[in-house]
Design a protein around this ligand. Structure first.
Ligand code: MEV
Length: 445
């Protein structure tokens, strides 16, 4: 295969074979091309079928990028036990989830409710003319818009889902001549992105076609310009609630000597995240540690979830906490409401072997059940973070978990690891304290 090259600029790259691609990259960018090639190949799967599968997920795959898949057991959700799969690189997250799960498993567990499951998509278009005529036109073609999607919606309807409603929205107060077809959908167990986008593109087509036979439109009015048709990742009507609660005295534990003091400080920490955006972002980031990890493990689109969740956190005009807490009549309650558009069928769910594994470990949940499990992972993570922050401080646990990474960086031997772990059971872990200690050991051993 030939390619044309000019100072690292290349045309026809995607048409090269994988071998040609990695050879070009190794030669162009690496002082030691042989080493670069061998690193890439080390991460290829020896099972050709699995490797081919990964090669085809995206364009220009040159190797695989591993992230750990960990599990957090002992989650009691609505009376049922789960072991939750988590894909994440941050060392303390799985341990924190497991700790929070265990804590709440003896205090009634997590309770969840799916409040609604509506997805949204929009056709954005420009219309120059009489808005009242456009409304009349829309009412006339609405049924046609729906009928024209029949081949797309047939299967979804069999599963009980489909198009819920289409509205014409006048946005000309924001942009001159700008209107939308704002549509809502029920996509059942699929996330629904392809389904929604296909329906929207068909709505746009019907809109463009039908405009010509609407007699009261002038020639200018017939000239509708469809700007784009796309689903929205903002799903404020696809909300799940997760909560925990227990009598104050049941909060007692290793780092919680005075449960009332603990609960009050915890509630204050949540209040701070409710009113202070700088804190809210970090607070919600902790929630997303739990949410993203399971969203990725179950083959869902974490960028869509992130974008939607943060938009929801700003819905009242200021970025705020997704979780809330209170003490009422001696009962501590902590809860979270998040928008989660998830799927358990379609997309990667039946393609990626580890996604299939994760879903089976969760007993093949429906999308609604998955929403509940994911929200719980977020709440558990938030509980673990706030418990540490308001008691021991976050660094103790973080650095204990991070110790492994430091030991790997320093290429510590098994013997050194044993001695260092023992030493740091009672001493504060920092990068420099570990370096100092290993240097001391290396002088002695
Ligand atoms: C770190 O990944 C997450 C935390 O910063 C969350 C928080 O501050 O609530 C610990």
């Amino acid at each position: 295969m030939k390619y044309f090259k000019m100072n690292n600029f290349i045309t026809g790259f995607s048409k090269l074979s994988k071998e040609e691609k990695i050879n070009w990259i190794a030669k162009e960018y690496f002082s030691n091309p042989k080493e670069a090639l061998s690193l890439l190949k080390n991460y290829w799967n020896t099972d050709e079928k699995i490797q081919n599968l990964h090669d085809e997920f995206i364009e220009n795959t040159i190797t695989n990028f591993y992230l750990p898949l960990g599990v957090a057991p002992n989650f009691l959700i609505n009376g049922k036990h789960y072991t939750i799969p988590m894909v994440i690189e941050e060392s303390s997250v799985v341990a924190a989830a497991a700790k929070a799960a265990k804590f709440w498993s003896t205090r009634g567990g997590f309770k969840t409710t799916v409040l609604n499951t509506e997805k949204i998509g929009q056709v954005h278009f420009m219309f120059t003319g009489d808005a009242l005529k456009l409304e009349k036109f829309f009412l006339e073609i609405k049924a046609k818009c729906i009928a024209a999607t029949e081949s797309i919606t047939k299967n979804m309807q069999k599963r009980g889902g489909g198009i819920l409603e289409i509205e014409l929205r006048n946005k000309t107060h924001l942009i001159e001549n700008y209107y939308q077809l704002h549509a809502t959908f029920d996509t059942k167990d699929s996330m629904g992105a392809n389904f929604i986008n296909s329906c929207l593109e068909q709505f746009a087509k019907t809109l463009k076609e039908e405009v010509h036979s609407f007699e009261s439109f002038s020639e200018e009015e017939k000239n509708i310009e469809v700007v784009m048709s796309i689903l929205s990742n903002y799903v404020p009507n696809c909300i799940v609630r997760a909560e925990v609660s227990c009598p104050l005295e049941e909060l007692i534990e290793k780092h919680i000597n005075d449960p009332k003091d603990f609960a009050e400080k915890f509630v204050r920490a949540v209040q701070i995240a409710e009113i202070e955006p700088f804190r809210a972002v970090t607070h919600n980031k902790g929630i997303m540690n739990g949410i993203d990890a399971i969203v990725i493990a179950t083959g869902n689109d974490f960028r869509a979830v992130e974008a939607g969740v943060h938009a929801y956190a700003s819905r009242n005009g200021q970025y705020s906490s997704l979780s809330h807490a209170k003490i009422e009549n001696g009962i501590f309650s902590f809860w979270l409401e998040v928008p989660l558009a998830l799927g358990t069928v379609g997309g990667l769910t039946s393609l990626h072997p580890l996604v299939k594994f994760s879903l089976e470990m969760l007993e093949n949940p429906t999308a609604k059940e998955l929403m509940q499990i994911v929200a719980v992972a977020g709440l558990a993570q938030n509980f673990a973070a706030l418990r540490s922050l308001t008691t021991t401080g976050i660094q103790e646990g973080h650095m204990k978990m991070h110790l492994n990474n430091i030991l790997n960086q320093l290429e510590a031997t098994d013997e050194e690891r044993l001695l260092i772990r023992k030493h740091f059971e009672k001493n504060v872990v920092t990068h420099s304290s570990v370096v100092d200690y290993i240097q001391k050991l290396r002088r002695i051993i």
